[in-house]
Design a protein around this ligand. Structure first.
Ligand code: 4NP
Length: 161
């Protein structure tokens, strides 16, 4: 017997080397801790970092929080993702807009911003840390952790589809 299929989640940022790999790893870890079955991946709306490992500052940030993201590789979001995933979760509004522009008619996946899943933070961006100081990665991690916890709680409250 097979049970209901786990929700499939795709986190989407611009480069898929900083924020969305952190979100992917944070969700995998949180779901594992809570014993919730989910399938998780990440992608970028841009194509500059296809096949590349995460930014070294993202790898270091994940490591500080006990996670290894060194094996992840960048990929670009594609039209198939709108059917393969239940939810596409953008890290900021620019990337949400890019997903809306790309979405095929009748796409199955729902679109949201990660911080929509945090009370009082709906509509807010996880700021892109790529061009900033190292501290930006820690701030991004805090926002990503909060978003992932909120999203996971929401998934747990929903009847499985
Ligand atoms: P990410 O950060 O979207 O969080 O992966 C970025 C990574 C690379 C670039 C921009 C943002 N870039 O312009 O190459």
């Amino acid at each position: 017997m097979t049970g209901p299929r786990p929700p499939r989640l795709l986190f989407v940022c611009l480069g898929n080397i900083c924020r969305s790999p952190l979100a992917e790893a944070a969700m995998r870890a949180a779901a594992g801790r809570e014993g919730v079955a989910v399938e998780v991946d990440s992608a970028g709306t841009g194509d500059w970092h296809i096949g590349k490992p995460p930014d070294r500052r993202a790898i270091a940030t994940a490591a500080r929080h006990g996670l290894d993201i060194g094996g992840l590789r960048g990929r670009q979001v594609g039209l198939d993702d709108f059917d393969a995933f239940d939810r596409l979760i953008a890290l900021d509004r620019d990337n949400l807009d890019a997903l809306r522009a790309l979405a095929p008619e009748g796409a199955r996946a729902s679109l949201s911003l990660l911080l929509d899943h945090v009370e009082g933070r709906s509509g807010q961006d996880v700021t892109d840390p790529y061009f900033g100081e190292d501290e930006g990665f820690e701030q991004a991690w805090r926002d990503i952790s909060a978003g992932v916890e909120g999203l996971l709680a929401e998934i747990c409250r929903q009847p499985s589809r």
